[in-house]
Design a protein around this ligand. Structure first.
Ligand code: FES
Length: 254
């Protein structure tokens, strides 16, 4: 039954893609390759700040000196925090220099993990989950609502620099699908946070964008007032009584 509904939904989605040039135009390949630009090319100087240099030393101290390359992910993460939520190629080269590997080794990591952004993102990078359960529950419509409301393509930044919309694979909240994550880079080098916003609708994501514009923090978790955390909508349907103790717990009575 579920498989039939899923197949039907996928067919509908394909149909929407075929029929709507607006939806196909919403895709941008901004993160698929690197092209030198004035603010992202290997000739730009990039160094960790004095404070972050102390953090680099601390991170490297966690690894044996002949395994420096194991620090690649925390160092890229630190570089991304320092650079306002994205990693220019010169920052990746600096990380490669510090851990003494060929730059390609760092590029491989940065291109594999979707938490690393290789082009500018907004202060709020809105990541729509695009995996099957969220897609069946309407993630394409969520993305379309965001792109239309913000008037951008996927991975483009709004003119005020506040928002960008990206896609992420399953973030483990399928039970409350569809969901988005707000990668919040508004604290600059203080670090960033990821907030899960679940059970969203096209109307609700637009409200969330407006809350962020006003400087408000949208409530994390489910947006469905009839659901408690990830319990069934409307309350528990099963296991309603007190759980019975296991048999023979009272050893004297056995
Ligand atoms: S499919 Fe979207 S959170 Fe798992």
């Amino acid at each position: 039954m579920f498989a039939r509904r899923a197949a039907q939904r996928l067919l509908e989605i394909r149909q929407v893609f075929r029929q709507s040039p607006q939806v196909s135009r919403s895709f941008s390949s901004a993160l698929n390759y690197h092209i030198d630009t004035p603010d992202n090319n290997p000739n730009n100087q990039w160094k960790f700040t004095e404070t972050n240099n102390q953090k680099v030393k601390e991170i490297l101290s966690f690894y044996p000196s002949n395994y420096k390359q194991s620090a690649v992910i925390p160092l890229l993460d630190l570089a991304q925090q320092q650079h306002g939520g994205w990693l220019p190629v010169s920052a990746m080269n600096e990380v490669a220099r510090i851990i003494e590997v060929a730059p390609i080794r760092v590029y491989e990591v940065a291109t594999f993990y979707s938490m690393f952004n290789r082009s500018k993102v907004g202060k709020y990078h809105l990541l729509v989950c695009g995996t099957t359960p969220c897609m069946i529950r309407g993630s394409r419509e969520i993305e379309e609502a965001l792109l239309n409301h913000l008037r951008v393509k996927r991975n483009e930044v709004t003119k005020d620099g506040l928002f960008s919309v990206g896609e992420m694979e399953c973030m483990g909240c399928c039970v409350n699908a569809p969901m988005i994550t707000i990668a919040d880079y508004s604290n600059g080098s203080e670090g960033y946070t990821y907030n899960y916003i679940e059970d969203v609708t096209p109307k609700r994501v637009v409200e969330i964008v407006e809350m962020l514009k006003r400087g408000e923090k949208p409530p994390p978790g489910t947006q469905n007032p009839n659901r408690f955390k990830c319990a069934p909508e409307g309350g528990n349907k099963t296991l309603l009584g007190e759980p019975k103790p296991p048999p023979c717990r009272d050893l004297d009575a056995c």
